[in-house]
Design a protein around this ligand. Structure first.
Ligand code: PGA
Length: 249
């Protein structure tokens, strides 16, 4: 049985006032069959962990550095993330691949650093609209998987999030058929590289304009084990029905 995960990525949104959303979320889901993860901005990590301790809500960071420590002004290491009490970290989000020129090799280093610090990496991959229109989606996905997924993976240390870049924050969602095609492809690639048992154990999340109104439909796909949600994770009242839909799937 693969772990189902509802992960929220707050991106650069929210100050300490937003922490009350975590309280509301934790109170709405005193029990959850799926793992709930919220990734707030780094300055909120410590307090977010305090608020959600002994609740089904876990906390994650949105990025970490690939090195253990050193002269990297402004960066945070995986160990620092773990030290806050966080259990997860997003790596390789397309916004970072784009704005900070993160390459597959960098993302792989971050996933390895996360594992070494005892964190579960939520590793993001996904094609651009240009790639999609040129029918290059599966080639891009294959390249990102082979380049950014580390050698040594387990279900506890790695989750993959498929996020078509053209669907992020745009309200455009791929058809269920398109999601199924990519998720099935990722599953096959993982099984080929890591063996059937490990390949089948890794949770695959879909991300890109997931909201309460489309979540249940997306969760119907066999190889969709949850979602990575941006905009609709900022408010507990928007994220809660997505968690409920995942628990019901
Ligand atoms: P969105 O963002 O749900 O706002 O489209 C998803 C993401 O970037 O993870």
């Amino acid at each position: 049985m693969r772990r189902k995960i509802a992960a929220g990525n707050w991106k650069m949104n929210g100050t300490s006032a937003a922490l009350s959303e975590l309280d509301t979320l934790a109170q709405s889901h005193t029990h959850s069959d799926c793992t709930i993860v919220i990734c707030p901005p780094a300055p909120l990590l410590f307090r977010a962990c305090e608020i959600t301790v002994a609740t089904p809500v876990s906390i994650g960071a949105q990025d970490c550095h690939g090195e253990v420590k050193g002269a990297f002004t402004g960066d945070i290491s995986a160990e620092m993330v773990a030290d806050t009490g966080a259990t997860h970290v997003i790596v390789g989000h397309s916004e970072r691949r784009d704005a900070y020129n993160e390459r597959n090799r960098d993302v792989r280093n971050k996933a390895e650093a996360a594992r070494a610090a005892g964190l579960c990496a939520i590793l993001c991959i996904g094609e651009s609209l240009e790639d999609r229109e040129a029918s290059n989606t599966l080639d891009i996905i294959a390249g990102q998987l082979s380049g950014s997924v580390p050698e040594d993976i387990t279900a506890d240390t790695l989750v993959i999030a498929y996020e078509p870049i053209w669907a992020i924050g745009t309200g455009k969602v791929p058809t269920l058929e398109q999601i199924v095609q990519v998720h099935d492809f990722i599953r096959t690639q993982l099984c080929t590289r890591f063996g059937a048992e490990t390949g089948a154990s890794i949770s695959l999340l879909y991300g890109g304009s997931v909201k309460a109104s489309n979540a249940a439909e997306i969760f119907k796909a066999e190889n969709v084990d949850g979602a990575l949600v941006g905009g609709a994770s900022l408010k507990a009242e928007d994220f809660s029905p997505i968690i409920t839909a995942l628990n019901a799937s």
